[in-house]
Design a protein around this ligand. Sequence first.
Ligand SMILES: Nc1ncnc2c1ncn2[C@@H]1O[C@H](COP(=O)(O)OP(=O)(O)O)[C@@H](O)[C@H]1O
Ligand SMILES: [Mg+2]
Length: 345
Amino acid sequence: MKIVVLAGGLSPERIVSLSSGTMACNAFLKAGHQAILLDLFFGMPELTIDIDQLFENAKPLPPAPISETEPDLAAIAASRPSGWSDRIGLNVIEICQKADIVYMALHGADGENGSVQKVFDEHGIRYTGSGHEGCRLSMDKHAAKEVFGQEGILTPASWLLRRGEIFSLDELPLPAVAKPNSGGSSIGISIATTRAELKRAIEFAFQQEDSILVEEFIKGRELSCGVLDGKALPVIEIIPKEGFYDYKNKYQAGAALEVTPAPISPAATEKVQRLAERVFRALHLSVYARMDFLLTEEEEAYCLEANTLPGMTPTSLLPQEAAVLGIDYIHLCEKIIDLSLEKYR
Ligand SMILES: Nc1ncnc2c1ncn2[C@@H]1O[C@H](COP(=O)(O)OP(=O)(O)O)[C@@H](O)[C@H]1O
Ligand SMILES: [Mg+2]
């Protein structure tokens, strides 16, 4: 099969995405597919050969490790050759149109907010995962949490703050968590226990986005649960060695312990799995997604968010969950492709 693995883009999670994409691409090649890695933002400006030949020439890629710090997006944006202002790089559409399917290895921004999916729908390009509406809704944490509320799915109480609007710190809870409304990888998230800390946490989140959420802090165990084809995978527990599940703890090897299946009671497992499936349906998702939860001592499960394009390196959370069921990495990636192609039949 001719596969474009689409990664990169101009999102704070660009490096994570290139790492996922490289591994998926190499796995597809090993399984006999013609797979090429394409950077959404840079595209292929100097395309001198026929696009069909690009697929025929596909070769394994060197690993793309994740750095400990977040990328400098302004520098990356400035490094692209001038004369092309679109967020979708040169020749991306043309190359994707020649693929049997585009495997979405993007994270954050354009990939996860559904805008690329919308453009692809308009160009008849087939892609993996949820459609643009489900992506858009899931990426907007405030909107998704409203749906959770309507569906009776527990989620931390939250306050939406917009840049320039007046708000009173006294009306916000403590302890609290401030987060960009559409972020990912915990970028811009911090926990505050005092008014002064909350003020700083809010300013920090506003550095990322114009809309942010302040949520009540939930003390609980960190769980995540993937859904594949509408059915929940085993639950995973994440135990950071220090602090909360921030960027460093997410991507630095050994910074957090990840246990699958999560060593929680069968009742809690059942609760989280059914909730994950309900969230999947409520947000109109398809093929696969991963929901994040906090489980309190009383076994109340709070849903934090749905990730429509979760991390997909072989050691990422969802692949670890699938592995417990005997689905190895390449078979998981191929299953995602098969399920996605079914949408177009
Ligand atoms: N309300 C909350 N109470 C306690 N911890 C939270 C809360 N919200 C977020 N966190 C912590 O921050 C992490 C990232 O939050 P999340 O909402 O999932 O955003 P992201 O999209 O960046 O993953 C969570 O996994 C958790 O460790
Ligand atoms: Mg999360």
